[in-house]
Design a binder for this molecule. Structure first.
Ligand code: DQA
Length: 149
């Protein structure tokens, strides 16, 4: 039985559309959820799209993915640059992981150039705004298809 793809969003991503629109754009997280679900549907995948401002809740969800998901797409927000706990949870998940950022983190402040998520990820997509979530779904569909072969 196919399981959903968890699309997990970290702190302050509930405010996008309002927060620093010059960096993050004007689409809300709900708009991005709809876009992501639509793209997933065309590929025969389902999505479980969530957001939390709490590091431990993100860790809990990544742990749930071990049993509950076929893959994880994660925009960990600022925890990307700080969280060993999220890295450890991803390493324990034994699932394909795709890291997403709306902004190009390498064009921004030096503290955003380090990602604790990347070592656990199959790949990273950044700098394409909400489109990055659709690209991540496409890449995830291929990773899952390859794993099933
Ligand atoms: C972000 C980039 C992070 O550096 C930042 O803390 C965010 C959003 C992005 O999607 O571009 O909250 O993950």
């Amino acid at each position: 039985m196919p399981k959903p793809i968890y699309v997990l969003n970290g702190p302050n991503l509930n405010l996008i559309g309002l927060r620093e629109p010059a960096i993050y754009g004007v689409e809300t997280l709900d708009d991005i959820r709809r876009r992501t679900e639509k793209r997933a549907e065309t590929l025969g995948l389902t999505v479980d799209f969530r957001q939390s401002n709490h590091e431990g809740e993100l860790v809990d969800w990544i742990q749930q993915a071990r049993e509950g998901a076929d893959g994880i797409i994660l925009n960990a927000g600022a925890y990307t640059h700080t969280s060993v706990a999220i890295l450890d949870a991803l390493n324990a998940a034994s699932k394909p992981v795709i890291e997403v950022h709306l902004s190009n983190i390498f064009r921004r402040e030096p503290f955003r150039h380090t990602s604790y998520v990347s070592p656990a990820a199959n790949g990273m997509i950044c700098g394409f705004g909400p489109k990055g979530y659709e690209i991540a779904i496409e890449a995830m569909a291929e990773l899952i298809a390859k794993a099933g072969r």
